[in-house]
Design a protein. Structure first.
Length: 315
């Protein structure tokens, strides 16, 4: 059953003042504890009594006592107020140091290629943070679904998101199994794809993505056909390995299968560059320490990788 958490406006005003007076049995001592004047304390309690509709204290020139209504109010208000204070302290703690649950939405194909080493090193560096990775090919609303951040190819990230690069741009490669290429021949030109079985991918908006190429340094799109429409890159790669046809996928996702000899690249001269993989999140002003720690960790790892590549090129 869905609970209704609507609170009447001003319902909590004066409760802290009431609890302090009830504890000390003195408006003056309660005022000193909260750093206000006795007059302000008296006004706050009086306003609370008016809202509640009952007198909560018996006041004399020498003492302050609780009425029956005040006793009942105290028995319910004190534990509730203590829970509110505890909740504030928990929230403040998470707002001041890297701790808690970090939820990420990630395409399944990215998990083994990019995230395994990254997550392992991050969890080792920040043991008070738990990481939850939801492998999901669909583009989800990370705020509505309760995620702290997402990881996607750059072209699929909304313009109102803050993006942090995880990888440099990489080519989109066309791959096929050696058996398929032996049976159907190796395409040498983009037009040759008309005679080939092409494994396609359906986008989250329902459309089937055309294949992208560079010809004479100009981007072009090719509408291809074939026996299978997939919803994710791992399915496309699996079908290509099983000799069903050619697939166009991000190069890092196919590199392991190419090295293992299960797939072969074709049409390499026409391969376009994809923007790369990015971490994205809603706003710079809403970054909790747990996410800030992950962003800084990602940046440090990316810098190390890029510096290593630069050094290798110089050698």
């Amino acid at each position: 059953m869905k609970q209704n958490f609507t609170v009447r406006q001003g319902a909590l005003d004066g409760v802290e003042a009431f609890l302090s007076v009830a504890q000390h049995r003195s408006f003056r001592k309660a005022a000193a504890e909260l750093g206000v004047t006795p007059s302000a304390m008296s006004q706050a309690v009086r306003a609370l009594e008016e809202r509640v509709g009952a007198v909560l204290f018996i006041r004399t020139t020498r003492s302050v006592g609780l009425t029956e209504a005040g006793e009942r109010f105290l028995s319910r208000a004190k534990p509730a107020f203590e829970e509110l204070v505890a909740a504030s302290e928990v929230a403040r703690d998470l707002g001041q140091r890297p701790a808690g649950l970090l939820r990420l939405t990630v395409p399944p194909a990215v998990v083994p290629i990019l995230l395994e080493s990254l997550i392992a090193s991050f969890c080792q560096a920040f043991p008070e943070i738990e990481v939850e990775v939801a492998a999901n090919e669909e583009l989800v609303d990370i705020a509505t679904e309760g995620f702290d951040a997402g990881i996607r190819l750059g072209q699929f990230i909304a313009a109102d998101m803050v993006a942090v690069r995880l990888t440099p741009p990489f080519p989109l490669v066309v791959v096929g199994s050696p058996e398929y290429l032996h049976r159907r021949g190796r395409p040498e030109r983009i037009d040759d794809l008309r005679q080939h079985a092409c494994i396609r991918i359906r986008r989250s908006d329902g459309s089937i993505a055309p294949w992208s190429f560079l010809s004479a340094q100009k981007p072009i799109e090719a509408v291809v056909s074939g026996p299978l429409i997939a919803h994710d890159f791992p399915t496309m790669l699996g079908a290509a390995v099983e000799h069903m046809g050619l697939a166009q996928v991000p190069e890092p996702m196919a590199s392991g299968l190419v090295k293992a000899g299960k797939l072969v690249r074709v049409l390499e001269a026409f391969a376009p560059l994809a923007p790369g993989v990015f971490l994205y999140y809603p706003s710079r002003h809403q970054v909790m320490p747990k996410l800030r720690a992950f962003i800084d960790h990602v940046k440090s790892r990316t810098d190390v990788t890029e510096n290593s590549r630069s050094a290798a090129k110089m050698r």
